[in-house]
Design a protein around this ligand. Structure first.
Ligand code: HEC
Length: 96
């Protein structure tokens, strides 16, 4: 019983370590402005969020998302860059 406890504790710790080691994706689909998007967006989090939301966001959705990152989260992105990023995301990660 005691040994079994130790083993399950180890299994739990090992899976926590595995999650912690996964720092998320830091790459995006190749395309114009991929580097710009990556540079502006992974300041605060990995590119996984982009991947995650790509299953339901269209161009308008991405525009709102990028706008939220700027207005609500305080992302330092110029209007010019935001336009390019939205176009890139809509094309490579949009549903339409
Ligand atoms: C200033 C920091 C910051 C920057 C820069 C930033 N984000 Fe975020 N982003 C956040 C925070 C904070 C969250 C919420 C995280 C959470 O809820 O765990 C988030 C969440 C998200 C999500 C998940 C959906 C949501 O709305 O919570 C997406 C998609 C996303 N960001 C995309 C982007 C994109 C695209 C860029 C580049 C244009 C970007 N982020 C740049 C801070 C930032």
């Amino acid at each position: 019983m005691y040994a079994k406890c130790i083993i399950s504790a180890f299994v739990v710790l090992a899976s926590i370590a595995a999650v912690a080691a996964d720092e998320g994706s830091m790459t995006l689909n190749d395309g114009p402005d991929a580097a710009l998007t990556l540079a502006r967006c992974i300041v605060c989090h990995s590119a996984d969020y982009i991947q995650m939301d790509s299953v339901f966001l269209n161009k308008a959705g991405w525009a709102a998302e990028v706008n939220k990152m700027i207005k609500v989260m305080g992302a330092p992105i110029s209007e010019d860059d935001a336009t390019k990023i939205v176009a890139y995301l809509a094309h490579y990660y949009g549903v339409d």
